[in-house]
Design a protein around this ligand. Structure first.
Ligand code: SF4
Ligand code: SF4
Length: 183
């Protein structure tokens, strides 16, 4: 009888680890990934020029720990692109090997420069409208009902907020394109 393959250790890293390994070490880029994905809305964000730093809003366990994290929430460390080395496991999952030193940008077969063929989508998109065009196609062809994207606050162009785009007969292309627009 052969032994069952070892199970990967359960991921338990939460705000406590994010705070000590990314935020206080200068690794944080201020991308706000942890902020928009936190399911309990307990991460605030400093929007001032030169800061762009997330901070914890609940003081129950101090600003360097999270009561929800202590109960098992790990969303922020999974969302953070600067938290530990996630590329090796992603590469193994997607390509069956890890990237070589000359593949800093990742493993790829083709490098394509693209833009949406629809002029309006192209104009509204952040970088040519490819993602908007794909979301519109997926929605129009009933592969998805909605998409979770990010938009900007009307009162502050630099403030990102999560948005959804939904399928509806009257939904127009500008809706999806404008809501998936970021800067
Ligand atoms: S551990 Fe969960 S609840 Fe706590 S800050 Fe991270 S994502 Fe939010
Ligand atoms: S997800 Fe990571 S890099 Fe982005 S703001 Fe949060 S801590 Fe910083």
């Amino acid at each position: 009888m052969t032994d069952a393959p070892a199970q990967p250790a359960r991921w338990t890293a939460q705000w406590k680890e994010l705070y000590s390994e990314v935020i206080t070490t200068g690794l944080c880029t201020g991308c706000a990934g942890c902020v928009v994905t936190c399911p309990h809305d307990v991460i605030g964000y400093e929007h001032e020029e030169g800061k762009y730093i997330p901070f914890h809003l609940e003081e129950e366990l101090g600003l360097d720990n999270c009561v929800h994290g202590e109960k098992g929430c790990t969303t922020c460390t999974r969302a953070c692109p600067r938290f530990r080395a996630w590329e090796p496991s992603a590469d193994m999952h997607l390509f069956g090997r890890q990237r070589e030193p000359d593949e800093m940008a990742g493993i790829w077969q083709q490098l394509l420069l693209t833009r949406a063929s629809d002029d309006m989508v192209h104009r509204m998109g952040q970088d040519g409208g490819l993602v908007s065009a794909m979301l519109i196609w997926l929605r129009d062809n009933d592969y998805i009902d909605a998409a979770l994207v990010s938009g900007v606050e009307a009162s502050a162009c630099c403030v990102l907020r999560p948005s959804t785009t939904r399928s509806s007969p009257s939904s127009s292309r500008p809706s999806t394109a404008s809501r998936s627009r970021t800067w």
